[in-house]
Design a protein around this ligand. Structure first.
Ligand code: NAD
Ligand code: UDP
Length: 334
């Protein structure tokens, strides 16, 4: 029995495939390389010394997707495929709704046709919108999303709830990621955003390495410890391990829809991130204070206790690990 991983060549998907292979699972990856590249698959093999099946397909292509289910005995699906750039989603909402929502629906319909009923979904803390209070528990209000990307995650969560209620035979795990950063300790796989990065950590490493000139800190007048935005940064390897625990849960349970925050429970400000990066790498990060970025919120961090109690999962890696591994990855590439 295999685990089908859509978007397995991407940032979180590739780290999760490494953990799945380490656990001795059989893995089938599909990806269209719209935001990744084939070399990542070779790096996964190098890290694990294990092999897997790969199909270069668009998961919206029902006929090709059906072939994957015909040719492999799929036990469960982890769905990473999708677009994730918040700013681009505001400019191109249709592109985002089609790829993320129609793609998920084609996948879910194909799963139904083949009797595959275990599904792990990559959701996001963005479903909470602007939090009324922190830390965020899984029963905090959702739906006040501020951009089409976040709305795709919110809608898919609702679709999954309906699927669960109507068929009552599926096991579904919705994982709400906070801010994934870092890279595999080998430095072989990591985050490779195309063009100028939008996210903080990829931007910091590019400033430190001289690829970019200086970091703009978006606002220092928020109601936070030092005025800059606070987020819950989580090491991607910890996040990947959360998926193994989610699959274990679905194997054990008979029928259920489970939702978990995957975060550390600690919020760091942008200035704290810059300082932590400088301390752990010895590299200077030039920055300036810039106006707030539209759509940003002041503070967002998780209450991760539910995942600890029910999955036996908690983030182990430190902020220093996150900074060091992000730096190590970009250095190996340059
Ligand atoms: P990523 O872009 O690195 O990985 C997504 C992968 O899916 C890429 O390899 C891309 O080529 C592939 N893909 C996209 N559309 C496809 C399609 N139609 N058919 C086949 N493959 C397709 O992104 P990531 O950071 O690894 O994120 C994985 C998932 O987690 C996404 O759904 C994302 O929205 C979600 N998520 C990410 C973050 C984050 O900050 N990275 C936070 C919360 C949630
Ligand atoms: N941020 C920043 N400069 C950048 C990128 C991000 O000051 O070039 C800030 C941003 O305003 C937020 C935090 O860093 O407070 C995390 O932003 P990111 O885009 O990484 O994640 P998200 O906004 O999705 O939580």
């Amino acid at each position: 029995m295999s685990i089908l991983v859509t978007g397995g060549a991407g940032y979180i998907g590739s780290h999760t495939v490494v953990e799945l292979l380490k656990e001795g699972k059989e893995v089938v990856i599909i990806d269209n390389f719209s935001n990744s590249n084939p070399q990542t698959l070779e790096k996964i093999k190098e890290i694990t010394n294990k092999d897997f099946k790969f199909y270069e397909i668009d998961y919206l292509n029902k006929e090709k997707l059906k072939k994957v289910f015909e040719e492999n005995k799929i036990d469960a699906v982890i769905n990473f495929a999708g677009y994730k750039a918040v700013g681009e989603s505001v400019k191109e909402p249709i592109k985002y709704y089609i790829n993320n929502i129609s793609g998920a629906l084609v996948l879910l319909e194909t799963m139904k046709e083949f009797g595959v009923k275990k599904f792990v979904f990559s959701s996001s803390a963005t479903v909470y919108g602007n939090p009324e209070k922190v830390p965020l528990t899984e029963d905090s209000k959702v739906g006040g999303t501020t951009n089409p990307y976040g709305t795709t995650k919110f809608f898919i969560e609702r679709i999954l709830e309906d699927i669960y209620k109507s068929y009552n035979t599926w096991d579904i795990c919705i994982l709400r990621y906070f801010n994934p950063v870092g890279a595999h300790e080998s430095g072989l796989i990591g985050e490779e955003p195309k063009g100028v990065p939008n996210n903080l950590m990829p931007y910091i490493v590019r400033v430190a390495s001289g690829i970019l000139n200086e970091l703009s800190i978006f606002g220092n007048d928020y109601d936070t410890k030092d005025g800059t935005g606070v987020r819950d940064y989580i090491h991607v390897v910890d996040l990947a391990k959360g998926h193994i625990k989610a699959l274990e849960k679905l194997d054990k349970e008979q029928k259920g829809l489970f939702i978990y925050n995957l975060g550390t429970g600690t919020g760091y400000s942008v200035l704290e991130m810059v300082k932590a990066f400088e301390k752990s790498t010895g590299k200077k990060v030039k920055y300036k204070i810039a106006p707030r970025r539209a759509g940003d919120i002041a503070i967002c961090y998780a209450d991760p206790r539910k995942a600890k109690q029910e999955l036996g999962w908690e983030a182990k890696k430190t902020l220093e690990d996150m900074c060091r591994d992000s730096w190590n990855f970009i250095n190996k590439k340059c």
